[in-house]
Design a protein around this ligand. Structure first.
Ligand SMILES: [Zn+2]
Length: 364
């Protein structure tokens, strides 16, 4: 009699154990054995466009930029967890003079690198036991020096002497701003805070003319002018123009960062008709890809619309829109009438088709 028994021993790790046994009878009564065969499906995820943070830290991992002289963390998820970190090896495939592995080494699910010299780099990952013919996961990045931009805040007061926004709220915005922009080696300082008590009619910005009047309050500060108001027309949390930007009381902390993205030349993006389309290299952009075919080393079921919601420049509100990718991403510019998705400027580098990010923004 031959018995076969198959069981999934660990759904999380996609491991299956096939147990089989043979108990002989009659002339085969002396044969009696059991054995098992374990089959393990390894899953690998390396996501250049991510909102993940290092465990226990606030820093966004897999940044487009490693700051010159500073450290950055790059992470890859390898399942099952029984695969030891020592089987996961990172190497610098291009730009070996530009970054160095920190002294924690080049093995494991996460590595720390230090930016050494300005320039491009490519990190590649090999997992022991991989088919040598399958494409290795990789991530592209740049080493850049830090830029520093001063922010000049103008808090508009109502007729009763109430401020639209408190300095405590401004401090929270600036903290989140600097967390987000570290991905592109940009830093912002609170250059000045002006309490504007003689323009109560600008407490509520009800139309475009008032917004223009607001943005004309100060000019040529050498940095960015940020106007804090109680309300903006159309009920939006932030608005940008080349003369200044405005953020409302109670705006989610990333809104200031999003509007400053516009000051850096970036464009809003949304998914349009791409709602149910899975991501691909063509849509995500080659600089934001990590190798492989289909969905590459992103989750196999990741929709392009959900990837767009990770971007700082995503048009609509959302919980975790903080990624500034290395290159442009395909989608729809809300102001464009194009029936086809376009490559949109939502990241650091441009091409002849779209503009790159200006890391030294200023208002007129
Ligand atoms: Zn926008």
């Amino acid at each position: 009699m031959v018995l076969f028994q198959e069981e999934k021993t660990d759904m999380m790790c996609s491991a299956a154990t096939l147990s089989y046994s043979f108990t002989g009878t009659g002339v085969a009564k002396d044969f009696d054995f059991t054995d098992t065969l374990k089959i393990m499906a390894v899953s690998k995820r390396l996501q250049p466009v991510t909102t993940e943070t290092a465990s226990g830290g606030a820093a966004i991992v897999n940044p487009a930029v490693t700051m010159e002289g500073e450290l950055a963390m790059y992470c890859m998820e390898v399942q099952p967890s029984s695969i030891p970190d020592s089987d996961i090896e990172w190497s610098i495939a291009q730009g070996s003079g530009n970054i160095q592995f920190y002294n924690t080494g080049n093995k494991g699910r996460s590595v720390i690198v230090r930016g050494m010299n300005e320039g491009d780099f490519k990190l590649e990952v090999a997992v022991a036991g991989d088919d040598p013919a399958s494409p290795k996961p990789y991530i592209l990045g740049k080493v850049l020096p830090e830029t520093v931009t001063a922010l000049h805040f103008f808090i508009i007061y109502d007729a009763n002497g109430n401020p639209s926004v408190t300095e405590t709220e401004i401090d929270l915005w600036v903290t989140e701003l600097n967390r987000i922009y570290r991905q592109v080696a940009m830093r912002f300082t609170k250059g000045s805070v002006t309490h504007v008590k003689d323009k109560p009619h600008l407490f509520h910005i009800d139309n475009r003319a008032q917004f223009q009047e607001l943005c004309a309050y100060a000019s040529n500060t050498g940095g960015l002018e940020v106007y804090c108001v109680d309300w903006l027309y159309d009920g939006v949390a932030g608005r940008h123009s080349r003369w200044g930007l405005a953020v409302t009381a109670g705006a989610p902390t990333y809104v200031l960062a999003h509007e400053i993205g516009h000051a850096c030349g970036l464009t809003d993006i949304w998914e349009g008709t791409l709602g149910n389309t899975l991501i691909s290299e063509e849509l995500v952009g080659w600089q934001n890809w990590s190798g492989g075919t289909g969905t590459g080393y992103y989750p196999q079921d990741l929709k392009h619309a959900d990837l767009l919601k990770r971007l700082l420049m995503y048009r609509y509100t959302g919980d975790n829109r903080v990624d500034i990718p290395l290159g442009g991403v395909k989608g729809y510019d809300p102001d464009s009438q194009s029936p086809l998705p376009l490559l949109i400027s939502v990241g650091l580098t441009g091409s002849t088709l779209y503009v790159s990010m200006n890391r030294n923004p200023s208002h007129y």
